[in-house]
Design a protein around this ligand. Structure first.
Ligand SMILES: [Zn+2]
Length: 314
C-alpha cells in the first residue's frame, strides 16, 4: 500500500526508493487552500510520488506548498523538478538550505564525492529552484495549512545544521525529517543517521529534547512512517547516538581504520536487527535509509576531529 491515511488531513506516501518499501516517506496535507507536501524525496522517486498524489485525487494545480525539513537529496532532491510541474507551488526551507536549492552545484559536488557513478540511479536529476519561488523559514515561523491551521518550524540541528522539524500546532503531529532518526516499520531500533559534515552530538541531543518537550501525538519520520511511542523512541535514538560515539571513538583510539570500523558496525547492527525483526525483513530498508555505514562512521570521525575533547561538544 503506497498511500496511508494518518488522520487530521495528513497522508503518507511510500516512495518505494530503489523498489524497496518503507525507505523514504513523503507527507501530504489536504487543506481548503491547497495541498502541502513535507519532503518531496529525490527525483528518482517522482513517478511514485505522482502515483500517490493521483491515488489521493490531487491534481497538479492543487499543490501549493513544498516544505523541506532539510535539503539532503533523499528529502528535497525533487524540489526543482516538481516546481516546474506544480506551477502554483512555493518551497519553504531553512535559511542555510535556501541558497543550495537555488544553486545546487555545491550540494551536487559533495554528493558526487560520496556516491560517484551511482548519483543518477540513486537520486536522478537535481534541478535548481527559481529564487522567487523559495521562501526562507526561520525558527518559530509558521506556514499556513488552511482552515486556520499551521505548521511551525523548529530549528533542530544535529543531523544537519540547516534542519527544521515541523509541528502541526492543531494535531500535535511532528514531521521530523532525520533528526528523530531512522526506524523502519515500528521496529524497536532507532538508527542515528550521522553523515559528515554537520553531525553535532550536543546540538542533536538538545534538538531531541526540544521535540520531546512538545509531546508529539504522532512522530512522522522521513525513514519511515509515523510512530506513537515518542518517549521510548527518543530514548533509543539518544542511547544509540552516544553508544556509537563511545564505541567508534574507542576503535579510533585503538588505531582501527574507518573502513574496518564501518564493517564491524554493520555486522553488529545487522545481528541486532536480525534478532529484533526475526528474519531481518527490515534490514534492506535500514541500510538504504542510512546511506552507508562508512558514511555513518565518517560523520563521527569528522565530529571528533572538530569537537575535541568530546565532552566539550556535549
Ligand atoms: Zn534522510
Amino acid at each position: 500500500m503506497a498511500v496511508s491515511e494518518l488522520g487530521q488531513g495528513w497522508y503518507v506516501i511510500d516512495l518505494e526508493f530503489q523498489m524497496i518499501p518503507q525507505v523514504i516517506a513523503t507527507y501530504v496535507h489536504r487543506g481548503d487552500q491547497g495541498v502541502t507536501i513535507v519532503d518531496t524525496g529525490p527525483s528518482s522517486t517522482i513517478p511514485t510520488l505522482l502515483a500517490g498524489l493521483a491515488e489521493l485525487e490531487i491534481p497538479d494545480e492543487a499543490v501549493r506548498q513544498l516544505v523541506l525539513t532539510h535539503i539532503h537529496l533523499d528529502h528535497g532532491g525533487a524540489t526543482g523538478t516538481l516546481l516546474s510541474r506544480f506551477t502554483k507551488a512555493r518551497v519553504f526551507v531553512h535559511p542555510v538550505g535556501a541558497p543550495h536549492l537555488i544553486d545546487p552545484s555545491r550540494l551536487l559536488a559533495s554528493a558526487a564525492r560520496i556516491y560517484g557513478t551511482q548519483m543518477e540511479q540513486l537520486w536522478g536529476e537535481v534541478r535548481p529552484c527559481p529564487a522567487e519561488r523559495v521562501t526562507v523559514v526561520e525558527d518559530g515561523e509558521t506556514i499556513a495549512l488552511g482552515q486556520g491551521r499551521q505548521l511551525r518550524a523548529l530549528a533542530t540541528p544535529g543531523h544537519a545544521s540547516h534542519h527544521h522539524a515541523f509541528l502541526d500546532t492543531e494535531s500535535g503531529f511532528v514531521f521530523a525529517g532525520d533528526v528523530a532518526g531512522i526506524r523502519i516499520g515500528g521496529q524497536p531500533f532507532v538508527f542515528p543517521p550521522t553523515p559528515p559534515p554537520d553531525l553535532d552530538l550536543g546540538q542533536w541531543r538538545r534538538s531531541i529534547e526540544r521535540l520531546r518537550a512538545l509531546r508529539p501525538t504522532l512522530l512522522c519520520l522521513g525513514h519511515f512512517g509515523a510512530v506513537h511511542d515518542c518517549d521510548w523512541h527518543f530514548d533509543d535514538l539518544l542511547a544509540r547516538l552516544f553508544l556509537w560515539a563511545g564505541w567508534i571513538g574507542a576503535q579510533l583510539e585503538l588505531g582501527v581504520d574507518a573502513a574496518r570500523i564501518a564493517e564491524r558496525l554493520q555486522e553488529l547492527t545487522d545481528e541486532e536487527l536480525r534478532l529484533i525483526s526475526g528474519e531481518g525483513a527490515s534490514l534492506p530498508a535500514y541500510r538504504w535509509a542510512s546511506g552507508s555505514y562508512r558514511m555513518t562512521v565518517d560523520g563521527y570521525v569528522r565530529y571528533f576531529r572538530t569537537h575535541r575533547p568530546l565532552a566539550s561538544g556535549l
